[in-house]
Design a protein around this ligand. Structure first.
Ligand code: NAP
Length: 278
């Protein structure tokens, strides 16, 4: 069993990216938009802006109150869309319930979509012509690649089908020639499906959801979940202590997938600048 050190790889990739950005004449610029005062979202946004500073990306932060209207948010996004100093636009999700995320996201032009959530970027992923890919699944692929995992022919099971994690994750695995099963809240026989997985990726959002009896001996287990346990401590979806010795590779929470997500955001911002100029 090996515990994958996502933090170490994230730092290495960030250092490499910084070198590339240091060499380029014009630094990429990222606009980060947050609406409302959800504490978790505020922490994510702070970390993203800090990471921008570390790799040499210019960042612009826009905070709208929870009372902001759809029109106000979309007017801001429209102005960033035509701002030449902004290469990438990140709209921190979730939005307050009064706002429509799908409609707002449509105001981010595909060329500035650093999250890979636009219909065009999702379509390109489906066509196996990946351009900008959602940060968390992309980070997982980099982790697997770094560990020398060959996905062709492997049975991969993805728990969760969100547009931001589960679906793009499944598509990346499929594009890498894995045989992919996607599970969700209506899946019947979840335990047996998980037991067949050579690679099990959990993005459900429930602490201790993946138990020891769901994991095949020697499986690779990737934990996307970010939850709080009964003591308020950050934990993933996987019952780590019970599961780890059965696996060949496993990501911890914290220190696994999370650090890679922000690094991939930096990478995507760098990419959008290049793509825009093509
Ligand atoms: P989400 O949109 O809430 O999706 C959760 C998925 O889990 C849904 O597809 C849901 O199925 C499925 N699910 C719920 N109960 C289930 C059950 N009993 N059996 C099987 N599937 C079940 O969440 P998300 O945005 O994808 O995020 C998932 C987790 O990853 C959260 O903990 C989030 O905080 C974390 N996350 C971490 C990072 C990171 O960087 N580490 C990034 C993003 C998200 P239905 O579709 O049927 O409802």
């Amino acid at each position: 069993m090996k515990i994958i050190d996502g933090k170490a790889l994230a730092l290495k990739l960030r250092a490499e990216l910084k070198e590339k950005i240091d060499r380029s004449a014009v630094k990429p610029g990222l606009a980060v938009v947050i609406v409302g005062n959800d504490p978790a979202s505020q922490i994510y946004v702070r970390n993203k802006i800090k990471a921008c500073g570390e790799v040499g990306i210019r960042s612009y932060s826009y905070e709208l109150p929870a009372s902001a209207t759809q029109k106000e948010l979309e007017t801001l996004l429209d102005s960033l869309a035509v701002d030449p100093s902004v290469d990438g636009i990140l709209l921190q999700l979730p939005l307050p319930k009064s706002l429509d995320a799908e409609s707002a996201t449509a105001h981010i032009p595909f060329e500035k979509d650093v999250d890979g959530f636009s219909a065009k970027n999702l379509g390109l992923l489906t066509l196996h012509k990946e351009r900008v890919v959602a940060c968390t699944p992309l980070g997982i692929m980099k982790l697997l690649e770094h560990e020398g995992v060959t996905l062709a022919g492997k049975r991969a099971v993805v728990l969760g089908r969100s547009e931001t994690v589960g679906k793009p994750m499944a598509m990346l695995l499929l594009n890498a020639d894995a045989t992919v099963t996607v599970c969700h809240s209506k899946t019947v026989g979840l335990k047996e499906i998980c037991q067949s997985a050579d690679v099990l990726i959990s993005a459900v959002g429930k602490a201790k959801f993946v138990t020891e009896d769901m994991v095949k001996e020697g499986a690779i287990v990737i934990d996307v979940g970010m939850n709080r346990d009964e003591n308020g401590k950050l934990c993933g979806d996987v019952d780590f202590e019970a599961v780890k010795d059965k696996t060949s590779l496993i990501t911890p929470v914290p220190g696994g997938v999370g650090p890679m997500t922000i690094t991939m955001l930096m990478y995507n911002t760098y990419l959008t600048k290049g793509v825009k100029r093509d």
